[in-house]
Design a protein around this ligand. Structure first.
Ligand code: ATP
Length: 252
């Protein structure tokens, strides 16, 4: 099947006598978004590292499409604080970086004004967008995002989860992402895999949210009441209001 970019079969991995991954199989297909969800320590990041080839499973197999271009946004990236590095300089270090692509993704992700800023002074949300830009520089066929919204405020989380399907449409890529909250990613995913060492359940988010295995793991949570704020204008990154979008109220 030509649309299959990566397929993993019966992955098992033990660390210090603990079974971290137990009989995991999954298939990533062009144009589809898969979300891994599960409690802390259930093996999400380890699975991603195994799929990326950064860690070796004890058994099982992984087949990748030949020459597959993968963009990876890690959960953590530690940079030496003593290293003077601007956003532009950081992005230029990435695989696939070219002047044109850096310009393109800085604009597309609305972080152009950060270009000459030090990476060490960025807010959590700004840093996540820079990491996303870095993952996109190789024009990936498969985009892997390990907790892309950590450190991002609720409004920013919504915006990022809206952006991900848009990027999928623009690039035609597959997306594999890790999230802690099924309700937040509901609209931004085609398939959810609920992990707890093994695959507890998987399928469309509507199905998974009602699956007894999911409810066992996460409990019968009350529906989350999201605060929805209908903004009638847009802000620049420095906090000013963009005048063409200014609506019925103003800020100091
Ligand atoms: N090298 C190792 N030695 C021992 N245990 C390990 C090793 N690597 C991972 N583990 C354990 O494997 C489990 C899965 O870790 P992993 O980071 O994949 O979880 P996660 O689902 O991504 O967690 P979180 O949501 O907190 O990021 C954890 O219990 C972790 O302690």
């Amino acid at each position: 099947m030509t649309d299959t970019l990566l397929s993993a079969s019966q992955l098992r991995l033990q660390r210090s006598h603990k079974t971290v991954l137990d009989n995991i199989s999954l298939t990533l297909t062009a144009g589809r978004i898969m979300t891994l969800i599960g409690p802390n320590g259930c093996g999400k990041s380890t699975l991603i590292r195994v799929l990326l080839g950064l860690e070796q499973a004890d058994s099982g197999s992984i087949q990748r499409q030949r020459g597959l271009r993968v963009g990876y946004m890690p959960q953590k990236l530690s940079l030496d604080q003593r290293l003077p590095l601007t956003v532009d300089g950081f992005l230029r270090l990435a695989r696939g970086a070219s002047r044109q692509r850096i310009d393109q993704w800085l604009k597309r992700l609305s972080i152009e004004p950060l270009r000459h800023q030090s990476v060490h002074g960025l807010s959590g949300g700004e840093w996540q967008r820079v990491l996303l830009a870095r993952a996109l520089l190789s024009e990936p066929q498969l985009l892997i995002l390990d907790e892309p919204v950590q450190g991002v405020d609720v409004q920013g989380q919504m915006e990022l989860y809206q952006l991900i399907p848009q990027l999928r449409d623009e690039l035609g890529c597959a997306v594999l992402m890790v999230s802690h909250d099924l309700h937040l990613v509901m609209a931004a995913t085609d398939e959810v895999v609920c992990l707890n060492g093994h695959v507890c359940c998987s399928g469309h988010p509507d199905q998974v949210s009602l699956d007894p295995a999911y409810l066992d793991l996460f409990g019968q949570r009350p529906a989350i009441a999201h605060y929805t704020h209908h903004h009638d204008h847009q802000h620049c990154l420095d906090g000013h209001i963009e005048s063409e979008h200014r609506g019925g109220h103003t800020h100091d």
